[in-house]
Design a binder for this molecule. Structure first.
Ligand SMILES: CCCCCCC/C=C/C(=O)SCCNC(=O)CCNC(=O)[C@H](O)C(C)(C)COP(=O)(O)OP(=O)(O)OC[C@H]1O[C@@H](n2cnc3c(N)ncnc32)[C@H](O)[C@@H]1OP(=O)(O)O
Ligand SMILES: NC(=O)C1=CN([C@@H]2O[C@H](COP(=O)(O)OP(=O)(O)OC[C@H]3O[C@@H](n4cnc5c(N)ncnc54)[C@H](OP(=O)(O)O)[C@@H]3O)[C@@H](O)[C@H]2O)C=CC1
Length: 289
């Protein structure tokens, strides 16, 4: 029987280029997109790209200064961005913000990106810890979607739920988060069925390792130098820009028949050794198996 081992990526490949933008300019002009977790990382990158493509973008997050920074980045592209401070786990607050943002504009794209977790073995997760992660990564997603539905239904909009690569396989240290994200995947498929006649599509986009500016430097270095080479068959992290481009594509009419899908954008990480097979991840923990 053959064996498989990870190799460093071959040099000189055609894909060794800076951020790739393949979509036609102003493709999203006249549309309105709402993005949660808009003040940093992947959410910020999505906001900037959607605005650059002509969408009016509403960003939601908890930290004003972070959202203001996204507004500055969007302004450099001549884009249109407004933001609201809200905790997506606060049902009344987030419903009010979604309604205020979309009453006039309607909504063509909703990106549920706010999310996160702590790494801990199942034995180390308290009831409160489990619930807080499920609240953020599952319950809040339902609240946002259910408020957004009336606006998405006006013109037939698209829902994109940001998930985690490996969601269907499991990953050590992420019991709470993967339980929540598996719930979101099931929700996504169900809504794709229930709301297809309204023209509403629902998909999950699941990045692998994305080394964004919001990660502490030591973690970012460990991911880049050790974790990615040991766990991602393509030997590379997933660029934020690639996630943003995929999200934008799914929002266009070219994506109109794509619904109920899980799109993993991870260099085959979900097929091979995952983060859970890397020793000492996160740093300072025992990790591995
Ligand atoms: C090959 C596949 C690759 C896949 C790669 C996947 C990589 C994924 C990357 C990302 O997701 S990047 C996102 C980066 N950001 C974050 O992850 C956010 C960081 N986390 C948080 O902000 C918080 O932890 C939270 C998840 C939002 C929860 O915050 P909340 O304010 O609700 O909770 P707390 O009041 O702080 O705590 C509640 C509860 O949880 C317990 N807890 C907190 N941390 C830990 C821990 N490290 N270990 C165990 N338990 C923890 C805390 O103690 C509280 O419980 P009690 O003690 O009161 O019972
Ligand atoms: N980075 C990675 O390798 C990967 C990330 N992901 C997922 O992608 C998404 C974005 O991650 P990433 O950009 O890396 O991480 P960040 O921590 O940079 O982004 C998360 C954003 O969500 C916001 N947020 C968190 N909690 C809430 C809340 N309760 N209400 C409103 N906003 C909130 C945060 O802002 P604030 O705290 O100001 O509210 C922050 O801007 C997450 O769902 C993450 O799990 C998936 C795979 C890999």
């Amino acid at each position: 029987m053959g064996s498989y081992r990870l190799h460093p990526p071959q040099s000189g490949l055609a894909w060794e280029v800076a951020d790739v933008k393949v979509l036609q300019q102003r493709l999203l002009a006249g549309t309105h997109a709402v993005v949660t977790g808009a003040g940093s990382g992947i959410g910020q990158g999505i906001c900037v790209r959607l605005a650059e493509l002509g969408a009016a973008v509403t960003g939601i997050g908890r930290t004003d200064s972070a959202l203001q920074r996204t507004a500055e980045l969007v302004a450099r592209t001549q884009g249109n961005f407004q933001w609201f401070s809200a905790d997506v786990r606060d049902c009344a607050q987030v419903r009010s913000v979604i309604s205020e943002a979309s009453a006039e504009l309607g909504m063509d794209l909703l990106v549920n990106n706010a999310g996160g977790q702590f790494y801990a073995a199942a034995d180390e997760i308290s009831d409160k810890g489990f619930r807080s992660v499920v609240d953020l990564n599952l319950n809040a997603v339902f609240t946002v979607i259910s408020e957004a539905k009336q606006f998405l239904a006006r013109r037939g909009g698209s829902i994109i739920n940001i998930s985690l690569s490996g969601v269907e396989r499991g990953s050590v240290g992420l019991t709470h988060s993967l339980a929540a994200r598996a719930g979101v995947l099931a929700m996504t498929k169900t809504l794709a069925l229930e709301w297809a006649h309204l023209g509403i599509r629902a998909n999950c986009v699941a990045p692998g390792v994305v080394i964004s500016d919001s990660l502490p430097g030591a973690i970012a270095s460990d991911l880049r130098d050790r974790v990615v080479p040991e766990s991602v068959p393509a030997g590379r992290p997933t660029p934020t820009a690639d996630v943003a481009e995929l999200v934008a594509f799914l929002a266009t009419p070219a994506g109109r028949m794509i619904t109920g899908q899980l799109l993993q954008i991870d260099g085959a990480a979900h097929l091979g050794r995952g983060l859970h097979m890397v020793d000492n991840w996160p740093p300072g923990e025992e990790g591995g198996e």
